[in-house]
Design a protein around this ligand. Structure first.
Ligand code: F0G
Length: 434
């Protein structure tokens, strides 16, 4: 077997066919991952091929995911690919945010520049391709909003029927609007993310629907391209740290796997450290890691945060995330609602902007530099996971001093920028401008 699925649990490692419709190991219930034989890989030739593809206008080469397909060779027929030219996201220097984060320099890799405005597109193009390869007709996911927006777009673009399940009243309108516009059948369920995931797994099994949550190993394969593209854009110079927000913990699992495979194939000469940041009211992984193995993993029954993208109390991928954090000598931090809101406004002042969950990165970096975990001179890339326009309601409330944390505490509008209502009077407006 060349490419195959394998159980992630080191005590099991059962193997399955790449075409099996499975989300967990049938032997031990562990998480699954795609495995390949990279023994013949030539890093110099791969780097050259990937550069040449940037000059090629074919859809597969213009995709910032499929350009790197040698690193996830699970498809036998590339005609199954559904691409909206995902990836190709910029790395932006942000001196002001660096200063706020206690760093000499800081780069943001902005996944919000993706076709549906979040990093989910990197994984969804692979998940949708596998769905088509398997001959599936319907695909489903539970989502805090971005996965559903992305799945709706890729399914519709690829002629699949998207079914979306979201926690009623708990996702931003920007994301809900995308699901409706891209033609998904959308169910607003009166339950939280973790409860709905259990429900959708039952429905998928019962109705033969293909599940496209990040428990799907092919989503993870696509999300590896975020770190491959990142390091390619840096001419293969490895950063000291890569910092990202953590919710269901699929993305950190993908980054860790991608980096390990790059290291094993000789594409990079060392591993960067991974930093995951959670919202304080929704931080089961932080608590587990802080207990240093003295406590089992405890799900949080009622996670709370205004960063709704990462409002998840029972993240499915925590065993993978734990492995990748430990393997990369990384760390996990958590930040308050106020810290997220202020960091987000600073990212906005850089002319960059992002959604609340993404800003947890800068808030976390500020704490980690203050604690001496990240050095002031470290070379840090923070991954902004979603576009600024995903949650405009949050932005308006912050700047006008109307934002309140889930526990009722008002959020201070530290970097507030209120709109000014004026009469239609040039004299008066002139005075206000000064
Ligand atoms: N940032 C954003 C903007 C997200 O939408 C998510 C997850 C994360 C960070 C966390 O990533 O789950 O891989 O740790 N959103 C999922 C969704 C859960 O349904 O859209 P993770």
């Amino acid at each position: 077997m060349q490419s195959h699925l394998a159980c992630f649990n080191p005590a099991c490692r059962a193997r399955f066919d790449i075409n099996d419709v499975l989300y967990n190991c049938t032997v031990c219930g562990g998480l699954l991952e795609a495995k390949y034989d990279f023994s013949g890989a030539d890093p110099v030739a791969l780097k050259k091929t990937w550069r040449e593809r940037r000059m090629d206008n074919s859809p597969l080469c213009q995709s910032g995911v499929w350009r790197y397909r040698e690193m996830f060779p699970f498809l036998d027929d590339l005609r199954h690919v559904v691409t909206l030219r995902e990836g190709n996201t910029p790395q932006l220097n942000a001196p002001r945010a660096a200063g706020y984060g206690g760093l000499a320099r800081l780069t943001f890799k902005h996944q919000g520049f993706n076709p549906t405005g979040s990093f989910k597109d990197n994984g969804m193009t692979c998940g949708a391709a596998q769905a088509k390869r398997l001959g599936m007709k319907r695909v489903a996911c539970v989502s805090t909003g971005n996965t559903s927006a992305s799945m709706a777009a890729y399914a519709s673009a690829g002629g699949l029927d998207p079914l979306i399940f979201i926690p009623h009243g708990n996702i931003s309108y920007g994301k809900l609007a995308q699901a409706l516009e891209y033609g998904a059948k959308t169910f607003q369920v009166e339950a939280n993310f973790d409860q709905i995931l259990a429900l959708v797994r039952v429905l998928a099994e019962r109705l033969g629907i293909y599940l496209l949550n990040s428990i799907n190993p092919f989503r993870i394969e696509g999300q590896k391209s975020i770190v491959i593209e990142m390091i390619d854009q840096r001419d293969w110079r490895v950063p000291d740290w890569i910092v990202l927000p953590g919710g269901n913990l699929g993305n950190v699992s993908a980054f860790g796997k991608g980096l390990r495979e790059m290291y094993e194939t000789g594409l990079i000469d060392r591993m960067p450290r991974l930093g995951v940041v959670q919202a304080e009211g929704s931080s089961p992984f932080y608590e587990y890691m802080a207990a240093k193995g003295l406590q089992p993993f405890h799900a949080q029954e009622h996670p709370e945060t205004l960063a709704t993208a990462i409002k998840i109390g029972d993240p499915v991928s925590w065993p993978k995330a734990q492995f990748e954090i430990e393997n990369s000598k990384g760390t996990v931090e958590r930040v308050t609602e106020q810290e997220i809101a202020d960091a987000k406004a600073v990212i906005g002042q850089c002319g960059i902007g992002c959604e609340p969950a993404s800003a947890a990165t800068l808030a976390g970096i500020r704490k980690l530099t203050a604690a001496g975990v990240i050095d002031r001179d470290a070379d840090v890339v923070a991954v902004l996971t979603g576009n600024v326009l995903k949650d405009p309601d949050y932005i308006y409330r912050y700047h006008t001093g109307e934002l309140t944390a889930p526990n009722g505490t008002p959020i201070k509008s530290t970097f507030g920028n209120k709109p000014i209502v004026v009469p239609n009077d040039a004299e008066r407006i002139g005075q206000l401008i000064g």
